[in-house]
Structures are given as structure tokens and as C-alpha cells.
Design a protein around this ligand. Structure first.
Ligand code: MG
Ligand code: MG
Ligand code: MG
Length: 308
């Protein structure tokens, strides 16, 4: 039977990994066809914590898709964030909660876009619509994705739909989801073993807009200074990526998940764009504190897009 690949974005986060597994489960149950969850990058410590807790193996790693390969995209749609070769794949379906950009298909497709806090919340609704029973394992996977994307329901991206899904999934999973969620998030904040090069790649998203190419990378921490003390080596690696990939701007966001603040390091010819975007000045070390900012999707990317 022809294999249909299901995957999230490059530098996959917990939503991308868990939603690709859950979508695979739904489609396999629904159609009996041969769906397979795969991933486009390393699994983070946070995601590993969730998969171990759920007792699920991480999806297989792929680096590209072949021409004509049938795929389902979850948690992304922009081609620069997708698998290499995506332009010539056959996209059957997209389930996503991001803006739609750099996306085009030759054929008709299913496309579900909802401005929820998490792709897994859209999948939770698919279970409901299909009257498909949610097993404990699937509940833990969706719960983990929601915790991750909404920072335990605290991010401004979090909607009532996410909260409702969280509450119902908590019951199905039979766990204290807040306690579990905090442990899962904390597991992802142990950054000590990462080289500076790895740090700036853990959760980096590339965006192309107005003839400009930029990257916004984000790491979560319980203490911004734990990361910022490594500013010299981090900046050195960022400058290397800017030169190699001909970027106009690289924004590295260090987010304090306990106090819901961020500090950014902005480098590249267009670094002043961040001053206009956030109506603030970069310090002489190219950093800026963003009070109350935790969401790249809602509080960083649109502001930069407007000024770039
Ligand atoms: Mg994501
Ligand atoms: Mg997501
Ligand atoms: Mg994310």
C-alpha cells in the first residue's frame, strides 16, 4: 500500500511531533490506509519527555520528500519550513494554526486552518467530529502539544478551544496536567549540553518576505541569564549563519517561561527593524528585553513582518 507521510515543520517542536503522530493515528483509523508519521529534525528534550511519558517511539527522521510523494502537513504550511522537495510532493492535506504564506499546490487538497493555540487542539476536534474514541496515549500526546505551544495555557495565543481541549484531555489521561506540563516544559529548558550552534537551531524558523530572508529562533528557559551569559559564542554562531545563508536578519529569542518575558539578540543588516517593531532601542550588545512577550507567532513575527 502506498505510504502517505505525515510531518510537522523543520526543527520540530512538541506540537509538530505529537500532532504528526496523532494525525497518523486518526487517518489510519479513519481510512485503513498506510499513513506514517515522520520528522524533519531532532526531537527536543521537552518532546522526548512527552514521548517517553506517553510510551511512544519518536517518528523516523527524513531529510527530503521525493517527487509525487503523498504527504500531510501538520503545524506548518510555509515551504521554507517544510521538507526539501515539498514543491514537487503531492500535498493531500494541511492541518495548521499559522498564517498561510509561501504555499502553493498544483492539485486540490483538504486544508484546515484555525487560529487556535495549537495544532493538536484542531485534531482534538477531528476526534469529536469523527466520533472517534480518544485513547489515553493520544490524550497525552495532544495534551503535551497544547502545554508546549501555549506555555501551559499562559501564552496570548491560547484560546478557549485550547483550554477546553486541555481540560477534557486531562480527564482522559488521568493525570494532573499542570504538574505534568510544568515538568515537561522544564525538561526542555536544560540547555547546558547544547553547543551555541545547536542552541540557535533548536527552534529556528526561516521566513521569506518582501525579498528579505530572516530567521527567528527561540529557546525556553527558567532563567534568561543562564543563556545570556553565553552571548559571545551565540552571537559568533549567528553571524556565521547570517553569512552562510545570506540572511538579512537573525533574531534569537530567550524566553523565561516562568515569568513570561523574553530577551532578544538581533543581528544582521536589518537588525534595526527590531527597534521599529518593538518601539525600543537595542542595547550596545545588540540585545533588547521584551516584557510580557512569549509568543513568536503573535508577539514577534507579525511586528517584524510589518517593519521589514
Ligand atoms: Mg510548531
Ligand atoms: Mg504549533
Ligand atoms: Mg512553537
Amino acid at each position: 500500500m502506498e505510504e502517505i507521510l505525515v510531518f510537522g515543520h523543520k526543527n520540530p517542536d512538541t506540537d509538530s511531533i505529537c500532532s504528526s503522530l496523532v494525525k497518523t493515528y486518526i487517518e489510519t483509523k479513519r481510512t485503513g490506509e498506510n499513513y506514517k508519521a515522520v520528522r524533519l529534525g531532532n526531537v527536543s528534550k521537552e518532546t522526548k519527555y512527552a514521548l517517553d511519558y506517553a510510551g511512544v517511539e519518536e517518528p523516523e527522521l527524513i531529510s527530503k520528500v521525493d517527487e509525487g510523494q503523498k504527504v500531510i502537513l501538520v503545524d506548518h504550511n510555509e515551504f521554507p519550513q517544510s521538507a526539501d522537495g515539498i514543491e514537487n510532493a503531492k500535498i493531500q492535506e494541511v492541518v495548521d494554526h499559522h498564517r498561510i504564506a509561501s504555499f502553493q499546490t498544483k492539485d486540490p487538497l483538504y486544508y484546515t486552518a484555525k487560529p487556535y493555540g495549537c495544532t493538536a487542539t484542531i485534531l482534538f476536534e477531528e476526534f469529536k467530529n469523527l466520533k472517534l474514541e480518544i485513547e489515553k496515549t493520544q490524550a497525552i500526546l495532544m495534551l503535551s502539544a497544547i502545554v508546549s505551544d501555549t506555555l501551559l495555557l499562559k501564552s496570548p495565543t491560547c484560546t478557549e478551544k485550547d483550554v477546553n481541549a486541555f481540560n477534557e484531555l486531562e480527564k482522559i489521561a488521568g493525570i494532573d496536567a499542570r504538574e505534568y506540563g510544568l515538568e515537561m516544559l522544564k525538561a526542555g529548558t536544560d540547555l547546558s549540553t547544547f553547543s551555541a550552534e545547536e542552541l540557535i537551531n533548536i527552534d529556528a524558523k526561516k521566513v521569506e518576505e518582501n525579498g528579505k530572508t530572516f530567521v527567528i529562533a527561540q529557546v525556553n528557559t527558567v532563567d534568561i541569564n543562564d543563556v545570556f551569559v553565553r552571548k559571545e559564542e551565540i552571537s559568533f554562531e549567528i553571524e556565521k549563519v547570517i553569512a552562510e545563508s545570506k540572511l538579512d536578519l537573525f533574531v534569537f529569542v530567550i524566553t523565561d517561561i516562568i515569568n513570561s518575558n523574553s530577551k532578544i539578540i538581533a543581528l544582521g543588516n536589518d537588525k534595526e527593524v527590531t527597534e521599529k517593531a518593538f518601539n525600543n532601542k537595542l542595547d550596545s550588545d545588540d540585545s533588547m528585553v521584551l516584557e510580557g512577550v512569549v509568543s513568536r507567532k503573535k508577539q514577534i513575527l507579525p511586528q517584524i513582518l510589518e517593519k521589514i
